[in-house]
Design a protein around this ligand. Structure first.
Ligand code: ZN
Length: 373
């Protein structure tokens, strides 16, 4: 019997696995930072055994509220992820599962590895309406991938969608995958109409190094990228530096920054109400967008979410706030749950890759229906 996480996006340390009913594990911190919550490991040799995987440092993780009413995901083939019995006693998180096969994977949420990311990029670039651009390299030497959908020469508007500044929030890249599928569907009338005047700049993974290293929140320097937008640097946050550089070149008329929230069992949007240049027009645009999205996808709602910043109190180091303040356009942070949605739960999968993809696709409609404003 073995526990292993030495692979793309893996994260766990096995402390003791002599007793299958009390396999002691702990989550590793992100490099050079205190953040930790993401786990992804493989267990082999447990077929037919009622095993208990105990994460002993669960109460020391970054978002302990994330463990309440939470169920871990498991998969035999790394394609089909299902929820398994999980309990939190205030100290330890226990995953109880009797595997049907000898090799099984467990994770905080369905992983989106760098390998899968490369498939997404190489497949999507083959669309006749897509151009690939490498923006530069990360600290670990990985490429920062940008997909440009539509005609940058003729488009009047530049729409940006960036995902996964926080690498453990894998739902963000599943979302980006669904959005890209919809946008590149040459038979989709909404996407085609949208692309007549708008070009999309999509960064499906803002944090390749954190992804590969199995981080929750930071890059290879230990930097939280969503606090780097006011003064990014090639030394500390090349991911933001390179993307912002491109944004300054081509402009931003719309920006969606896609994330996951550990605690809240809802999909919601957080705005930039607290920035100095916030105004009625931006509020109207944001409300229209949220109302549209809620009508289009019952998985999205507008009543639960983060508290709204008071005027002037926004942190301009955060992407959405920085973009609104700098480009005076509609920019929003979209959050999805790690758990499930409370409104339309799915017992088997919880919030899942397929549901992320559908929400990503629904945002194409929401953008289209907000375009006239
Ligand atoms: Zn996040």
């Amino acid at each position: 019997m073995h526990i292993n996480s030495q692979f793309d996006s893996g994260n766990i340390t096995c402390l003791n696995n002599t007793n299958p009913q009390d396999i002691k594990l702990c989550i590793n911190q992100d490099y050079n930072s205190d953040y930790m919550q993401w786990f992804y490991f493989r267990a082999t040799g447990y077929k037919g055994i009622d095993a208990k995987f105990v994460i002993t440092n669960a109460s020391k993780t970054s978002y302990t509220k994330g463990w309440e009413d939470y169920k871990a995901v498991a998969s035999y083939d790394k394609e089909n992820w299902f929820r398994v019995d999980t309990s939190y006693d205030g100290t330890q998180l226990t995953i109880s599962h009797e595997p049907t096969f000898d090799s099984v994977y467990y994770a905080y949420f369905a992983p989106y590895t760098m390998e899968r990311h490369h498939h997404l990029i190489s497949n999507t670039q083959q669309s006749p309406i897509v151009a690939y651009e490498c923006l530069g390299q990360t600290i670990d030497g990985q490429d920062m991938d940008l997909l440009v959908v539509g005609d940058a020469k003729t488009a009047k508007k530049s729409a940006w969608v960036i995902a996964r500044q926080h690498p453990g929030e894998t739902m963000a890249e599943w979302f980006a995958e669904g959005l890209l599928q919809r946008l590149t569907d040459l038979n989709d009338p909404t996407s085609r109409a949208l692309l007549r005047n708008t070009v999309f700049y999509v960064v499906p993974n803002m944090n390749p190094d954190g992804t590969k290293r199995g981080h929750l929140r930071t890059n290879a320097m230990g930097a939280n990228l969503n606090r780097e937008w006011q003064s990014p640097s090639m030394d500390n946050s090349p991911e933001v530096f390179l993307v912002l550089n491109k944004m300054n070149q081509v402009g931003v008329d719309f920006c969606l920054d896609v994330h996951g929230d550990e605690s809240l069992p809802f999909n919601f949007i957080a705005g930039a109400e607290g920035v100095p240049n916030w105004n009625e027009r931006l509020l109207e645009l944001q409300n229209r967008y949220k109302e549209n999205l809620q009508r289009l996808s019952p998985d999205f709602q507008t009543t639960k979410g983060y508290p709204v910043n008071k005027p002037g109190e926004a942190n301009l180091k955060i992407c959405t706030n920085y973009i609104v303040q700098t480009f005076q356009c509609l920019a929003m942070t979209l959050e999805m749950p790690f758990k499930d949605t409370k409104d339309i739960p799915n017992e088997v999968c919880g919030w899942s890759p397929e549901r992320c993809r559908k929400l990503g696709a629904a945002n194409i409609d929401a953008i289209y229906q907000t375009l006239d404003m």
